[in-house]
Design a protein around this ligand. Structure first.
Ligand SMILES: [Zn+2]
Length: 264
């Protein structure tokens, strides 16, 4: 039986931040490494956390899958500086909704970036439209509600399952498609960019509050909740306060921070 876990490499939403106010929950944008038998075989999203593998002791396979939830910059920008791709040390197969090749070609090519990512020999592309098995893990995409479209992923490992819903604007009713996909997972990693009082000014921006995350966790019978996509202005102490508020409703709540490991 394989031993597997997820290592959080980035849990910040929208833009990376740095400085002492963000020391514990980190400033790198969304990236989660899927590690099997001590080697990262895949990633969910390629935010700026992707370049921090060595910082967190994550060793790379020579070929990895990259499962993108969508193509907003905070989920792709790490790929532009992922040295192992550009040097050919690591082959990357990019999975994502619709057409990942054309989306990344627009984001990482002149005039927005000096060179074009689609010219790199060690990258290839595939559409994420059904369950994919990789290294003994089953990774299943499902649609979530976010501007320009996005997907979440359910990861079923040898012992436990995890649902990842990074950027999701919850409606007044809980999304039944999302609930079906994450039903009974051990851990739900869910967007909690906003506090309830932030919501009125950010309708249509594509994010949830920690209360929405709790509602989804409760409705889907989830054991543990990990809040993510932290607002770029939310300091460590403000995230502590958000987690404390959340624990009054859903006690087994924490917030994603780089280096955290989640057994699979
Ligand atoms: Zn987004």
């Amino acid at each position: 039986m394989h031993k597997a876990h997820i290592t959080v490499l980035g849990g910040r939403g929208s833009i990376p931040v740095s400085g002492p106010r963000f020391a514990r929950y980190g400033g790198s944008t969304t990236c989660f490494a899927l590690v099997v038998d001590g080697i990262a075989i895949a990633f969910i999203d390629a935010g700026t956390g992707l370049i921090d593998t060595a910082t967190h002791g994550v060793r790379l396979a020579s070929s990895v899958g990259l499962f993108l939830t969508h193509y907003h910059w905070d989920h792709t920008q790490g790929l532009s500086m992922f040295e192992e791709l550009w040097t050919g040390a690591c082959d990357v197969c990019v999975w994502g909704p619709d057409d990942p090749k054309s989306a990344l070609e627009r984001a990482i090519s002149p005039p927005l970036f000096p060179v074009s990512i689609v010219d790199v020999p060690s990258i290839r592309f595939a559409s994420a439209d059904g369950p994919i098995e990789i290294g003994g893990l089953v990774i299943t995409p499902f649609a979530i509600h976010h501007p320009q479209g996005a997907c979440g992923y359910r990861i079923d490992g040898p012992h436990r399952s995890v649902g990842i819903v990074t950027d999701h604007e919850a409606g007044t009713d809980i999304d039944s498609g999302v609930l079906d996909a994450i039903e009974g997972v051990d851990v739900l990693i869910h967007d909690a960019q906003y506090l309830p009082e932030d919501l009125a000014a950010h309708q249509g921006w594509g994010h949830s509050t920690y209360v929405h995350a709790i509602e989804a966790a409760e409705a889907a019978g989830v054991a543990e909740l990990l809040l993510t996509s932290h607002d770029p202005r939310r300091s460590d102490s403000a995230i502590d306060a958000m987690v404390a508020s959340a624990r009054k409703i859903f006690p087994d709540t924490d917030a994603a921070r780089p280096g955290m490991e989640i057994p699979l």
